[in-house]
Design a binder for this molecule. Structure first.
Ligand SMILES: [Zn+2]
Length: 273
């Protein structure tokens, strides 16, 4: 009898946990945004021609964006809160454990030439959309200690798995990239650099729509000057927050989650859906 009881307990326990877990998690509407400030700690990222450091800039912009999103009633998870190195796996597992609905990685660009300027919005693909995008991904992947796309190409299974991970959320990622690009075009005086695709490893590991923003070129004098100002940082945060809000509404609609935030926050009397 005891053995049967133990057996039953072992068989039923996972179901009990599963039931408890699903009872805890109602039909999930868009409410968790993960912000990934690039670099940190011993990894400075790019360095501007007059000394602005990417890791500090993107952390500050991430905090400004987080504050706005929290003000809109969204839950925000940051992959790093301060100046520390966070390895690739930790960034993706923080995002996945939080069951994020959207992942936004924030970086600043750099080029060998001082000419290129402007904001770039990326979503992930195994092939880069052009040579410059390929270089950007190589640089950002290298900072995370990841060999990335080269190893994917050598290993067919890894390539297939990578492809699946990339395709699962590719439509939604593309949609958010478009919204972010449109919103950011207003704050960026430089001609549009378009929406691009590249094999960023940090975007490949997250199980949610994901975008990487390069918020300007630190190798360009005008961009660097603008990015030093609180005004430009706020404007970028504001634009991205607007895009997040628009995306969240579309995302819920497409998934058939009918409860909007305003309804959700309103009276709790008997609305089942
Ligand atoms: Zn970077």
């Amino acid at each position: 009898m005891t053995r049967v009881a133990v057996f039953m307990a072992l068989v039923c326990l996972p179901f009990a946990f599963a039931t408890a877990a699903s009872a805890e998690a109602p039909r999930d509407h868009f409410d968790v945004v993960v912000i990934d400030a690039g670099h940190g700690g011993e990894d400075d990222g790019a360095r501007g021609i007059s000394g602005l450091i990417e890791k500090s800039l993107v952390l500050d912009v991430s905090h400004r964006l987080a504050e706005r999103l929290r003000g809109l009633g969204l839950e925000v998870v940051l992959t790093r809160e301060d100046d520390r190195f966070v390895p690739l796996e930790a960034r993706t597992s923080v995002a996945n454990d939080a069951r994020g609905d959207l992942f936004i990685s924030i970086h600043a660009n750099s080029s060998r030439s001082a000419k290129p300027r402007g904001i770039e919005t990326y979503f992930v693909s195994l092939e880069a959309s052009d040579d410059l995008s390929h270089e950007v991904a190589e640089r950002e992947n290298e900072a995370l200690g990841a060999t990335g796309p080269a190893s994917l190409r050598l290993d067919p299974l890894a390539a297939i798995l990578g492809d699946m991970a990339v395709n699962e959320h590719v439509r939604e990622s593309n949609h958010f990239a478009r919204l972010a690009h449109e919103a950011l075009a207003v704050v960026d005086p430089a001609p549009s650099r378009g929406i691009k695709q590249a094999p960023f490893v940090v975007l490949m590991g997250v199980r949610m729509p994901a975008t990487l923003l390069e918020i300007g070129f630190l190798s360009n004098r005008e961009d660097e000057r603008a990015l030093r100002s609180a005004g430009q940082r706020d404007a970028i945060a504001e634009a991205v927050a607007r895009a997040v809000l628009a995306f969240g509404e579309d995302y819920d609609k497409r998934r058939g989650v009918a409860v909007s935030r305003s309804v959700h926050d309103g009276d709790s009397g008997g609305k089942s859906k």
